[in-house]
Design a protein around this ligand. Structure first.
Ligand code: ADP
Length: 498
């Protein structure tokens, strides 16, 4: 027999979806047996579960529970009523589903939710009082399993499965092979013959980083827009990307003949809402390559070293989909300055990033990182040439604001002759691109309610009622940061909306 928590901590921690379903099914089966004997399983946590050596073939496991043996972490597995030591079939199902959630996602349920409340107990009570569904992060879980996980973890016990049989019935209605195919569908590379997920739930299990659900998290796709044509302004930046990056991507033989090193990546920095993310996505469209937009939270994992493995997995997936563009949003949170953050894990994660970024262009990967806080990014990343260019994306200038108004007005009912774009652009001085998008949307909503065209008056009124999201002191701060960044590296031109 082997304890479930030990399996999770060991190299083998890393089972796939089918394995997680097998464990959950066996847990429900054992609970059904216990409930039929009038017993319950208070304190059901991974430490209390022992799997037979031949699991999942035998489907055998034991539950050793003890209601008084909780550490604080175990509260994650406790239903709200079990917090008051009321144990019944529903509270057992809650605990079993919490284990299932952990196996599927690598996270404990509601980890990080309701951060305004200090203790987990308070969080759970708060959720219970509000009688609202908990903010589960279902992204890492295959879609077909969402209803089961949500019903098994319902805060309101009357909405939860009332018997282990009913949960088992729903679970058994799902073919594990189908769940795997859903993950494979999102990640074509997983369909390769050596894939450990192929239609057999008794296959040896892959490593954590090979899990199907992890793969489905990193979905590479092609954009459907018009690439650079959709971007207002940023002409110099578009030139640099076309000449230095796209040219090499599109003419690899020529680049090799001339021994031109492909660019590894660029870092876009500047105030929020000025189009860094937009530009990155439009670049990928222009290049016609697969791309993925990754936020810092997409890389988070509660497994020890899990985040590190997910970073490696991201680059591995990108290599399989090459040529590919990885857009890393909130880069300061992914690669924070190690000198200002304690903890070995952060250092390990930053090191992993550094090693993945090293020459990733040779694997057909181009990285665009974005940050509002370049001063918080670990200097080693910026210093070492892993990013070939650091480009400041400032507030849009007058001409660009005009173009952004035009882009956002496209396809909406308005009389072009009745709009004074110069005036709108003047009135919106100090507004960022996302503010202009909001201004146009608000005016359009008002016009729609009155069933009329979008007029100059409505747009001016909307500007008047919208505060610029980047305040004057923030602009000063960004100007300073920009100067510092330029001093830190070779002098570079200010590039952006020009
Ligand atoms: P950032 O990443 O700098 O915070 P975003 O890329 O999220 O800013 O920009 C917010 C929105 O503003 C985009 O979704 C897009 O609608 C609009 N936008 C930004 N820059 C441009 C641009 N150059 N042309 C057209 N629309 C833009």
């Amino acid at each position: 027999m082997k304890r479930l928590d030990e399996i999770l901590r060991s190299a083998e921690k890393t089972k796939n979806t089918a394995w997680a379903m097998a464990v959950y099914g066996a847990l429900l089966n054992e609970l059904r047996r216990m409930h039929s004997e009038g017993k319950h399983a208070p304190g059901l946590v991974p430490e209390a579960v022992e799997l037979a050596d031949d699991f999942p073939t035998s489907g055998q496991l034991c539950i050793h529970t003890d209601a008084d043996n909780h550490v604080d972490r175990d509260l994650y597995f406790l239903s709200p009523e079990a917090l008051n030591k009321q144990y019944d079939a529903r509270s057992d199902i809650f605990a079993a589903t919490a284990i299932f959630y952990l196996l599927l996602s690598g996270k404990l349920p509601w980890e990080g939710c309701c951060d305004c409340v200090s203790s987990l107990r308070q969080k759970m009570i708060m959720l219970k009082l509000q009688r609202k569904p908990a903010a589960l992060d279902l992204q890492l879980i295959p879609d077909v399993l969402h209803p089961i996980v949500q019903k098994g973890l319902a805060i309101d016990s009357s909405e939860r499965y009332d018997t282990a049989e009913s949960a088992m019935k729903d679970l058994e209605s799902i073919d594990p092979a189908r769940v795997v195919s859903a993950a494979e569908h999102e990640s074509p590379s997983a369909a390769e013959p050596e894939s450990p997920h192929q239609d057999n739930k008794h296959q040896p299990m892959p490593s954590y980083s090979e899990r199907g659900e992890e793969k489905s998290t990193f979905v590479f796709q092609k954009g459907s827009g018009d690439g650079f044509k959709d971007i207002a302004g940023m002409n110099e930046l578009k030139h640099i990307l076309s000449d230095d990056v796209l040219f090499v991507m599109r003419n690899q033989e020529l680049a090799q003949r001339y021994r031109i090193d492909p660019l590894n990546g660029i870092l876009l920095y500047g105030p929020p809402g000025c189009g860094k993310t937009y530009l990155a996505e439009k670049f990928a469209e222009e290049a016609g390559t697969n791309y993925i937009l990754v936020k810092a939270s997409d890389l988070g994992s509660t497994y020890i070293h899990g985040t590190q493995e997910r970073i490696a997995q991201l680059f591995k997936q990108a290599k399989k989909h090459a040529p590919a563009v990885i857009c890393l949003d909130e880069f300061d949170a992914m690669v924070p300055d190690r000198s200002s953050r304690a903890g070995e894990h952060t250092a390990n994660e930053v090191n992993e990033f550094l090693s993945c970024l090293n020459n990733c262009s040779h694997d057909g990967i181009f990285v665009i990182a974005m940050t509002n806080r370049p001063d918080k990014v670990d200097p080693a990343v910026l210093r070492s040439g892993r990013f070939d260019k650091m480009i400041y994306v400032p507030l849009p200038d007058k001409d660009t604001r005009k173009q952004i108004f035009s882009i956002h007005m496209q396809g909406r009912p308005y009389d072009a002759n009745a709009l004074d774009m110069d005036k709108l652009s003047d009135l919106s001085d100090g507004y960022v691109s996302s503010d202009i998008s909001l201004i146009v949307n608000n005016a359009a909503r008002k016009a729609a309610r009155a069933n009329q065209l979008i007029t100059e008056e409505l747009l001016e009124e909307s500007i008047h009622h919208t505060e610029p999201s980047v305040k004057a002191d923030m602009v000063r701060y960004y100007n300073q940061i920009h100067l510092q960044m330029e001093r830190g590296r070779d002098a570079r031109p200010v590039i952006g909306f020009c």
